[in-house]
Design a protein. Sequence first.
Length: 86
Amino acid sequence: MTNELMVLPPHIEAKTARAVRIKGAGIYADWPGTGPGGETCGSCKHCWRGYRNRYRKCRLVELLWTNGKASDIKARSAACSKWEKV
Ligand code: SF4
């Protein structure tokens, strides 16, 4: 058995990064408020909008998405450290 580490492509690493679950408020890539001041999840390029903008989820934690509200994020949540400009 070797001790080599498996290196994942960037898009896989991003989707398996740690996540923050906030009961009743969704699943975020990091704690809201750890990102740039004045920005929100709604202004982030990782914010996915579903069905006529009714649902928003963070693409960086896509592997943890549920088929319901449990993984929905709030557009007005303060940006996290993974926030990126659209
Ligand atoms: S700021 Fe962006 S990366 Fe962070 S949780 Fe919100 S949508 Fe995801």
